[in-house]
Write a protein that binds this ligand. Structure first.
Ligand SMILES: [Zn+2]
Length: 482
C-alpha cells in the first residue's frame, strides 16, 4: 500500500513540482530509497555521499521526527503521512552553513557568492571577514567608499568615529549621503546607509571627536584601524595610538588631484612618523575645505584603502607595508615610493621618546597659530556695520583678497579683486585716503591683508569679520556659500 510523502517547496523542482508523492515502502528507509529512485535528482539534496541524511534535512512521520522514533527503521503504513522538512533560513533564522566558529545564513551565502567561489577567499576567507572588526576614523570623503565597500564585503563589525554633520558642500564627493541627509549627523546617516547595504553586519557608532583621552580605549576593540581623517592632529593621533596599541593603520589622504595610500604597521614596517616626524606648520598645507578636492578622488583613494583592509583581514597578497602609493589624477599616474623604518623614529624607533599619547593640537602648532591670529588684532568691522556704510552710500572701498576662481563663485557688489598674493605688487592701486574694508571667504586671509596694509602705512583699513560667508548668513541669504 502506498504511503503519502509531503514534498517541501524548495525540493519540488525535483519532483515535477508535486507537493505529494505516493510511494511504496514499509520502513522510512524503503520509502526514501524508492522516492529517490523515482526522482534521481532529489537524492543529492537528501543524502550526502556516504548515504547519510543531510544534517539540514529532517524527516517526520506524522508529528514525530524519525530521530525520536526508530530513525530509518521506523515502520510506516498507508495511514501515515511522511514529511521532508529542510531548514529554511529567515523566519527562525536557522543557520545554513557553519565555517569554524562562524555561521552563515542562506541569505549570506547568496550575498557573498562571488567571494565564496574565489579560491583566495572561499568560505574560510569569508568567515575571516565576518569575524573581523575594523574601525573607521572619519565618515567623510574617504569614509564613504570605505564604509560602503567594507560593509558590502561582509566585515562583521564596523566601527565609525565621527561627530560632524552633513553639509551641502559634502555631497560633491561623500556619496554615502543623499540630499535629504543635509543637517543630519554623519554618523547616523552613515549607519542607515551601511545597514541598508548589508543588514547582516554589526555597525557601531562612536559620535565623538577622537582624542588622546579616548583613542586607546576605542582602538582596543578593533583589529584594523582606517585613517579617513582630513587634519594633521588626528592623523598623528591615529598613528601614535596604532603604534602604542600594536594595530595596523590603513592610511589615505587626498588633496585637489593627488592622493596617497599606505599601510603603517610598526610591528612589520615604518609608521607615519618614520615618513614625517613632524607636521608642516599650520597654514602651509591647506585642508580640503581651503584647497578643494576633485569629487572622484576620495572614491579612488578610499576604495584602495578598503582593498588593503580586506587583504590584511584575509592575509592575502602583499599589503602596502613599507610602500607609499602616490596617485596623480591629472596625469593618471600611480607611483610607488619605498618607505623604511626610521631607527630614530620618536615612537616606533629603537629608543622611543613618545610612550603615551600627547596633545596633538599643540604638537601641530594649532594653538600658537590661533594665538598669532588673535594677537594680530587688526581693526574689524561686522557685516552689519558694512551694510550700514553701503546703505548710507558712504565712500568705502571694498577689497576682495580671495582668488579669481572664488570671485567667480560669489562676490560683494562694488568690490575690487586683488588676491592676497598679488597685494604687495598692486598696493599702489589703492587710495590710502579712502576707507578700506577687506574681505575674504571667512576673515583669515583678509586679516593678513589688513595687517599688511597697516604695515604699509594705510590707516583707515578694517577687516570684515566672518568674510563673505557671514555676509551670506546675516545680510543676503540669496548669496551662494562655498
Ligand atoms: Zn615610526
Amino acid at each position: 500500500m502506498p504511503v503519502k510523502v509531503l514534498i517541501p517547496t524548495p525540493l519540488r523542482p525535483f519532483t515535477d513540482q508535486k507537493e505529494t508523492v505516493e510511494i511504496e515502502g514499509a520502513l522510512v528507509r524503503d520509502l526514501l530509497d524508492n522516492l529517490t529512485d523515482r526522482y534521481r535528482d532529489l537524492r543529492k539534496h537528501l543524502f550526502d555521499d556516504s548515504g547519510k541524511l543531510r544534517s539540514f534535512v529532517n524527516v517526520y512521520v506524522n508529528e514525530d521526527d524519525i530521530r525520536s522514533l526508530d530513525r530509518f527503521d521506523t515502520r510506516v503504513s498507508e495511514k501515515d503521512v511522511v514529511s521532508i522538512v529542510p531548514s529554511i533560513a529567515g523566519g527562525a533564522g536557522s543557520p545554513a552553513v557553519v565555517e569554524g566558529e562562524v555561521t552563515f545564513s542562506r541569505e549570506e551565502i547568496q550575498r557573498y557568492s562571488r567571494h565564496l567561489i574565489m579560491p583566495e577567499v572561499g568560505m574560510e576567507g569569508q568567515a575571516k571577514l565576518k569575524s573581523a572588526s575594523v574601525l573607521m576614523v572619519g565618515a567623510g570623503g574617504l569614509g564613504a567608499p570605505l564604509g560602503m565597500y567594507l560593509a558590502a564585503a561582509g566585515i562583521g563589525r564596523l566601527g565609525i568615529v565621527d561627530f560632524d554633520v552633513v553639509d551641502a558642500s559634502n555631497l560633491q564627493r561623500q556619496v554615502t549621503f543623499s540630499a535629504a541627509d543635509v543637517g543630519r549627523p554623519k554618523l547616523q546617516a552613515t549607519k542607515d546607509r551601511l545597514s541598508g547595504i548589508n543588514p547582516h553586519i554589526e555597525i557601531e557608532g562612536h559620535e565623538t571627536r577622537l582624542s588622546s583621552e579616548n583613542a586607546l580605549a576605542l582602538f582596543r576593540d578593533y583589529d584594523v584601524i582606517v585613517d579617513g581623517t582630513d587634519n594633521f592632529p588626528t592623523r598623528y593621533l591615529v598613528n601614535d595610538a596604532c603604534v602604542l596599541s600594536g594595530k595596523p593603520n590603513v592610511y589615505g589622504s587626498i588633496f585637489r588631484f593627488e592622493g596617497q595610500v599606505s599601510v603603517f604597521d610598526a610591528r612589520r614596517g615604518p609608521c607615519y612618523r618614520c615618513l614625517y616626524p613632524e607636521p608642516p606648520p599650520p597654514g602651509l598645507v591647506p585642508s580640503c575645505a581651503e584647497g578643494g578636492v576633485l569629487g572622484v578622488l576620495p572614491g579612488i583613494v578610499g576604495s584602495l584603502q578598503a582593498l588593503e583592509v580586506l587583504k590584511l583581514v584575509l592575509g592575502r597578497g602583499e599589503p602596502m607595508i613599507g610602500r607609499l602609493l602616490v596617485f596623480d589624477a591629472l596625469q593618471m599616474k600611480f607611483r610607488e615610493l619605498r618607505q623604511r623604518k626610521d631607527p630614530d623614529c620618536p615612537i616606533c624607533g629603537e629608543r622611543p621618546r613618545i610612550r603615551e599619547l600627547i596633545d596633538y593640537e599643540e604638537f601641530c602648532g594649532i594653538p600658537q597659530a590661533r594665538e598669532v591670529e588673535r594677537k594680530m588684532g587688526v581693526p574689524t568691522i561686522t557685516v552689519e556695520g558694512l551694510k550700514e556704510l553701503v546703505d548710507e552710500r558712504a565712500d568705502v572701498f571694498v577689497l576682495d583678497v580671495r582668488e579669481q576662481h572664488e570671485w567667480n563663485i560669489v562676490r560683494l557688489e562694488g568690490a575690487t579683486l586683488i588676491p592676497l598674493g598679488r597685494l604687495p605688487h598692486e598696493v599702489n592701486k589703492l587710495d590710502s585716503a579712502k576707507d578700506i574694508v577687506v574681505y575674504c571667504r571667512s576673515g583669515a586671509r583678509s586679516a593678513k591683508a589688513t595687517q599688511f596694509l597697516l604695515d604699509a602705512g594705510f590707516q583707515k583699513v578694517r577687516n570684515l569679520e566672518g568674510g563673505i560667508l557671514a555676509w551670506a548668513d546675516r545680510i543676503d541669504p540669496s548669496l551662494p556659500k562655498y
